[in-house]
Design a protein around this ligand. Structure first.
Ligand code: AMP
Ligand code: ZN
Length: 112
């Protein structure tokens, strides 16, 4: 499949891994938008948040259960922001569900 994040999961593209378990991978964003910027993805290909439903939402729960540990592993110590861009108006560029964790500095009060 022509999906950059699936290629990262398969080890075909290198990544700077922060956390991995049987269903989740977290790695440093290649183009960081904060001093610490980690991307968390399900290993299974789900196109976006818009594809989450009752039968696959367990992966969303697993990701959120892992986020505090991922933030600690990324050495975020004073709070963080979690963002998922979904669809064109949100400028989603990689069509594989992912959550950005941004931290390491005081972030803007604006979210747009
Ligand atoms: P989004 O714009 O929300 O779809 O976010 C996609 C993110 O993936 C962007 O922040 C990119 O910098 C990041 N990204 C794209 N390719 C890679 C890669 N090979 N390794 C790490 N991060 C990547
Ligand atoms: Zn994918």
């Amino acid at each position: 499949m022509d999906c950059i994040f699936c290629m990262i999961v398969d080890g075909k593209i290198p990544s700077s891994k922060v956390y991995e378990d049987e269903s989740i991978l977290a790695f440093k964003d290649i183009n960081p938008q904060a001093p610490i910027h980690v991307v968390v993805i399900p290993k299974e290909h789900i196109a976006s948040l818009d594809e989450i439903n009752a039968s696959n939402s367990d992966i969303a729960a697993k990701i959120f259960a892992a986020i505090p540990e991922i933030a600690k592993k990324a050495e975020i110590t004073n709070g963080y922001r979690v963002i998922s861009n979904c669809g064109p108006d949100a400028c989603q560029s990689v069509k594989h569900l992912h959550f950005h964790i941004l931290g390491g500095a005081q972030l803007s009060e604006r979210m747009t």
